[in-house]
Write a protein that binds this ligand. Structure first.
Ligand SMILES: Nc1ncnc2c1ncn2[C@@H]1O[C@H](COP(=O)(O)OP(=O)(O)OP(=O)(O)O)[C@@H](O)[C@H]1O
Length: 232
């Protein structure tokens, strides 16, 4: 299989609502796919289907041996859960049979301080919690990273550091990245491929092919003006 991911005729219904309709796309190894589209278009649902967490029709094929790192948009945890970020990282490392000695380096890479990681997870700020989720995803030496709005609530320098880490994982390990983002400038700056979902249909291609005034008009309405300039 030369692609890392092959999706054919993916369909997904939740209750009486058809969320994804006959979606097909392929992704080569090392690609960065940005998934864009308005609130409620089905981006998170797609990620959950791709990792096998939601039943669907059609097929999702990952290259053999794929190791996932998934950064969810949110995690429903009790605020007073008596666990620290470090406890979660240790649990993740032992489940993946990884040495605990890799944890400090992973924390350093995402920019989460050791003393923040030692606090109960409920005591972390929104941005710190997202950095912890990224550390959890990176710890397993993933070959595919799925990032669902990974920088939500993270300050500007923190966002840059996170994207730097992701780039390094890609450059050094040839990892493939799937990223949900509402920031079209991030998408245009980083993506090799774009999947744009709307309630009615989907577009897949290069940023230049997908991010056009006509598509943005159809998906978001006439007020969004952003397209890839010819010099890219
Ligand atoms: N467990 C569920 N049961 C029923 N409907 C659901 C469930 N999870 C999501 N949905 C619905 O599926 C649709 C797609 O949700 P999803 O979270 O994938 O949107 P999204 O594109 O990620 O949106 P956002 O940009 O706001 O994060 C929404 O209408 C949502 O209400």
């Amino acid at each position: 299989m030369k692609n890392v991911l092959e999706v054919e005729h993916l369909g997904l219904r939740l209750g009486s609502v058809q969320i994804l309709h006959d979606l097909s796309f392929h992704l080569p190894q090392g690609a960065t796919l940005a998934v864009i589209g308005p609130n409620g278009a089905g981006k998170t649902v797609l990620f959950r289907a791709l990792i096998g967490a939601l039943p669907h029709t059609g097929t999702v094929r990952w290259a053999p041996g794929t190791r996932f790192g998934y950064v969810p948009q949110k995690l429903d945890l009790e605020r007073d859960l008596p666990l620290s970020g470090m406890d979660l990282l240790r649990a993740r490392a032992s489940l993946a049979r990884l040495p605990l000695s890799g944890i400090p380096e992973t924390l350093r890479r995402v920019g989460l301080g050791q003393e923040a990681a030692a606090r109960p997870v409920g005591a972390l700020s929104g941005g710190q919690f997202h950095l912890l989720l990224s550390a959890l995803a990176l710890l397993g030496d993933p070959s595919v990273l799925l990032l669902d709005e990974p920088t939500a609530g993270v300050d500007e320098p923190g966002q840059e550091r996170l994207y730097d880490v992701v780039h390094r994982v890609q450059a050094e390990q040839g990892a493939t990245v799937l990223l949900i983002s509402h920031e079209l400038n991030v998408v245009i700056g980083h993506a090799t491929h774009v999947l744009c979902l709307s309630q009615r249909r989907a577009w897949f291609g290069t940023p230049r092919e997908v991010i056009t005034p006509a598509t943005l008009d159809e998906v978001y309405g006439a007020h969004v003006r952003f397209h890839v300039h010819d010099d890219r």
